[in-house]
Design a protein around this ligand. Structure first.
Ligand code: TXA
Ligand code: MG
Length: 346
């Protein structure tokens, strides 16, 4: 079933959704970051349907979504002082905190770990569904594993519509990339996945922050890592992608033009809007990804742009990089993975 709640939430339809969740079915719904595939976190069978629908590796744990802070203590053992400050400052919002799970959360959710990611989305539709269902809801990003996350229904309908019981359309998501995932390790908030909540913002409230070195590095299957999601292929179009980076704007454009020639113009370019005129290829072969001067616009468009890139059936997708700090850290984390670390730096 397809439900359009872009303008308003329809109470009658909400009842249907609640029934589906309680019956152990899975649904697609919007959050402020990306769309999620949701299921009752307390129902093992329902959770296993998500892994199957996404083709998700069994050892990659899911985030548990709640609608109010009082729900946190129902699913996790204890919250220390630092964790509490993070909750007070960043929930609801695009923020996931890794905490010790209680026994009521099945092992399939945490992929056998003793911890779970907890997130309270700041999106009216998501909050209503969680609240009305009366159970915590697991929700990975709505996409087939390895593909770019879904930020609108049009992008993901084809690949997922036959695998879920309902699709709730809430329009384009506000933020466009997934939540910042943080674990407090030895009293230091450690970023395992960068997002809209930046290291600087966390440092401001706690006084310290650490960024996992794996965020911008290639991780091998055998490595011991804090977050299983780090080791898998992510966000990748079918067409091979190459990231082109330089701290100097002029040099970056030069490198792109060089790559266009080297690949006999059989390319599609993901470029910042302010660079389009300087890129030596027909406009039809350029997809704009917002402005390098306003990275929120890049977050909005990047996953859709990665998906559109495949439509060109080009030899390669050339993608402009940005600075690896602030919001740029989250964008570069996604782009490096989309390119499977094929990156030219000059
Ligand atoms: O914004 C978001 O977080 C979206 C929306 C739908 O809420 N959800 C999302 O879920 O991005 P997913 O499953 O696509 O990504 C969850 C990430 C994975 O990289 C996973 O490995 C990590 O969080 N994660 C989950 N539980 C963890 C845990 N207990 N310890 C470490 N990492 C964990
Ligand atoms: Mg995901």
């Amino acid at each position: 079933m397809y439900y359009n709640w872009e303008k308003n939430i329809k109470e009658e339809e909400l009842n249907n959704i609640v029934k589906l969740i309680r019956n152990g079915e899975i649904i697609i719904f919007p959050t402020e970051t990306v769309y999620g595939i949701g299921a009752n976190a307390l129902n093992k069978k329902a959770v296993s349907k998500i892994f199957k629908a996404k083709g998700r590796p069994q050892d990659n744990p899911l985030i548990v979504h709640i609608s109010e802070k009082a729900d946190i203590k129902k699913i996790v053992k204890n919250v220390n002082k630092i964790e509490q400050i993070l909750i007070d400052n960043f929930m609801p919002g695009p923020f996931t905190l890794i905490l010790d799970k209680k026994e009521n959360i099945p092992d399939i959710v945490s992929a056998g770990l003793s911890t779970i990611g907890v997130r309270m989305p700041d999106n009216e539709i998501a909050q209503k569904i969680i609240k009305a269902s009366g159970v915590p809801i697991v929700a990975p990003s709505a996409n087939i594993s390895g593909k770019p996350s879904g930020t609108n229904i049009q992008d993901i309908k084809k690949e997922l519509e036959n695998k879920v019981s309902a699709i709730i359309d809430g329009g384009q998501t506000n933020i466009g990339i997934e939540s910042t995932v943080v674990k407090v390790i030895d009293d230091v908030p450690t970023i395992l996945r960068p997002g809209k909540i930046t290291p600087e913002e966390i440092k401001k409230v706690i006084g310290k922050v650490s960024i996992s070195e794996k965020i911008l590095a290639k991780v091998s299957e055998e490595e011991k890592i804090e977050s299983p999601g780090m080791k898998y292929k992510h966000y990748a179009p079918t067409t091979p992608c190459r990231l082109i980076c330089s701290e100097l704007e002029k040099k970056q454009i030069e490198l792109i033009n060089e790559q266009i020639e080297k690949n006999n113009k059989d390319v599609v370019v993901l470029a910042f809007e302010e660079h389009i005129e300087k890129i030596n290829i027909e406009k039809e072969k350029i997809i704009t990804i917002g402005s390098n001067k306003n990275l929120e616009t890049v977050m909005h468009t990047v996953f859709t742009a990665l998906r559109q890139a495949d439509k060109y059936c080009a030899k390669i997708v050339l993608i402009e990089g940005t600075k690896k700090e602030d919001l740029g850290l989250a964008i570069m984390n996604r782009l490096l993975r989309a390119c499977q670390y094929d990156c030219i730096e000059g």
